[in-house]
Design a protein around this ligand. Structure first.
Ligand SMILES: [Fe+2]
Length: 360
């Protein structure tokens, strides 16, 4: 009897366990169904996000295109006594397939991770080019802001609202500079400069990364306005320059030409005699003007001779920023003397023979 009761209890417990198991199974099944439904909903959400993101990109492209459309419509300003300037627009993105982007010096062209190569190039040539250093979309947005700055400032000048800018208007403005503070420095820094490998490269090679920059355009009053050969060292302390166009530069708009391995002494002015001296003393292949795409940067020091390269085919306006900072690291740069801070500044080519004799 005792055993039968125990057996019944056991059977009834087994029943309960079976019920529990069945309930658990139902529960698991329910959870699984819910998880599948949640995954499906998540998939749909992702797809919707994708559509939204590409729609936003499309709209951004249209806004950029529309902003650029405004540029050609803008009548170039006319100063007193000046001839009518042709109406020219901002440079569009260019198809560069099949072009020699490096212009004969592939050993001076790098991607952002090749810092050792950049260091070697500095030692041997005094300059290098980094491809894809900055986010191209952020560059395009900066260009739209730059074009807006140009329109605003030109309009101020046309209306004569230039109190406080007198010196700027007769100097930097005529050389193509625009007030960079108007570019929205905070936005330019946070969306263009800080997310880029720029800081790591500048810190590793030059000791520190500066976020100061100058803004320039290649036109003045609607006409090409190229700068001749010069060294930045005549107006700034020893440092570096990441020259960064906001357009693709070198096909339909002006790019930059550097003289590879050029350097000391510094000339405080650059006249015809000094330019002749450069052409006589540096072979043709040292004059380097690679295509620099929006997002790329050409890097050199305050000792390097460089100029705007403007050809008749370059009919479109170009904006560029120059990110400049001091060189605090001890880095070998071709053309830079051992004590760069004490470098002589010559004011005429006639002082050169004495300088060379003294250096030997
Ligand atoms: Fe310069």
């Amino acid at each position: 009897m005792k055993y039968i009761r125990a057996l019944r209890r056991m059977l009834s417990n087994t029943d309960r366990v079976n019920h529990l198991l069945a309930a658990t199974e139902r529960l698991v099944q329910g959870v699984e169904n819910q998880a599948t439904a949640a995954n499906e909903r998540l998939d749909k959400l992702y797809k919707a996000f994708d559509r939204l993101a590409s729609d936003l990109n499309l709209r951004l492209d249209r806004i950029i295109a529309a902003a650029e459309d405004v540029s050609p419509a803008r009548a170039p300003l006319k100063l007193k006594g000046q001839a009518d300037a042709p109406r020219l627009g901002a440079a569009p993105m260019t198809d560069m397939s099949g072009l020699d982007l490096d212009d004969g010096h592939p050993e001076l062209v790098f991607v952002p991770s090749e810092i050792d190569g950049m260091r070697r190039a500095l030692g041997e040539a005094g300059c290098f080019l980094v491809r894809n250093l900055f986010n191209r979309e952020a560059i395009l947005r900066a260009r739209v802001r730059a074009a807006a700055v140009a329109r605003k400032f030109d309009a101020m000048v046309a209306r004569g609202e230039t109190a406080g800018y007198e010196k700027y208007l007769t100097g930097a403005y005529q050389k193509g500079h625009l007030p960079e503070v108007e570019l929205d420095v905070t936005m330019t820094r946070s969306e263009l400069l800080e997310p880029s490998p720029y800081s790591a490269i500048a810190e590793s090679l030059f000791g520190m990364a500066s976020f100061g920059f100058a803004l320039r355009r290649s036109f003045f009053n609607g006409s090409p306005n190229p700068l001749g050969f010069h060294q930045d060292g005549f107006f700034s302390d020893y440092g570096y320059n990441f020259w960064t166009p906001l357009n693709d530069a070198g096909i339909s708009s002006a790019n930059l030409e550097v003289i590879i391995a050029s350097g000391a002494p510094l000339f405080s002015i650059t006249d015809r005699a000094i330019v002749d001296h450069l052409y006589q003393n540096y072979p043709k292949e040292r004059f380097w003007h690679p295509i620099i795409r929006a997002g790329d940067s050409l890097v050199f020091s305050t000792f390097m001779f460089h100029r705007t390269r403007q050809t008749p085919e370059m009919t479109q306006e170009r904006y560029s920023i120059e990110i400049r900072g001091p060189i605090t690291a001890s880095v070998k740069i071709k053309g830079v003397p051992a004590d760069p801070g004490a470098a002589l500044r010559l004011s005429s080519i006639t002082e050169l023979p004495a300088f060379v004799a003294q250096a030997q």
